[in-house]
Write a protein that binds this ligand. Sequence first.
Ligand SMILES: *Cc1c(COP(=O)(O)O)cnc(C)c1O
Length: 354
Amino acid sequence: MNFDLNQLIRDNIKKLTTYSSARDEFSGDAKVFLDANENSLGSPLTKWYNRYPDPHQQKLKAAISQIKSIAPENIFLGNGSDECIDLLYRSFCEPKKDNVIICPPTYGMYEVSANINDIEVRKAPLLDNFQLDLIHLENLIDVNTKLIWICSPNNPTGNFMNRKDIETVLNNFNGIVVIDEAYINFSRQKTFTQELSDYPNLVVLQTFSKAWGLAALRLGIAFASKEIINVLNKVKPPYNINQATQDFALKALEEVGQVNDMIRILVDMREALTEVLLQMPIVEKVYPSDANFILVKIKQARKVYEFLLTKGIVVRDRSNVKLCDDCLRITIGTEQENTILVDALADYIKNQTT
Ligand SMILES: *Cc1c(COP(=O)(O)O)cnc(C)c1O
């Protein structure tokens, strides 16, 4: 491998003088802060919300660093992973010139964000077993290929990608390999965050939106070399993580035990729901899942989807997605919600046969 980060960064980003916020110019302790045009009298909410938040989220990164055993300099925080995805495009991909590779069916934002940034998307669809098609992938790479997106465990299929395959991509691609681990906490697969020192071209995405139960806060993490993190820091809006998010996330990080309990319960219910669905005559397949959802191949999926809607139950219809025909993606609910779902499906089957 012949990885040169400098060659990947867009020229305009290389030349960028970063915006220096008030909190950058002075970040120490002082008696009187009159440098940021905040409202000195206070706010209608808690007293410190009149102040701009820490643009580098140092306390929060220190806490994440502890839990993940990764140095703060290897951590970037985004307004959801979705902001990390967008920033990767804006940092490394030149509009109308560069391209990226995705492996569909996969998370939709990689393509949407590419389109917003006017970046060509090349597709190496997953194989029938939902694993990476390495030969196709390799054939798509050219000198302008900057990013390869690998989602593992993958949304919407639920499986993790073979570790050997991911390593092959990491070892042979001179651009950046982004591994999206949004669902890693539900998986038997080991995270790639501990391999950062082996792969200068690796970016791992994680999020507070799934296992941590904090989708509303909008907090995503990118783990990477400090050189890549520095580029993202240069491009991000200065105050991209608001104070409320920083406060709440810090508080949540004290509750790892509770989060681990929820993960265990969700995984148990995933297996239980899988068993129940497999007994149903309309269910053709429940794909093995390493996430907090299952992909279910079901006869006349669209019809089932619409029936469930009449019962007030919303699942995700993926029946028009290539390789997912007649599939519904079902998030694992509470015990009660899963029961409501199962009862509704039983109703549907009864209606079909009478
Ligand atoms: C849900 C999800 C995310 C999370 O995005 P956020 O912006 O952090 O909420 C990222 N990647 C995948 C594959 C997802 O399914």
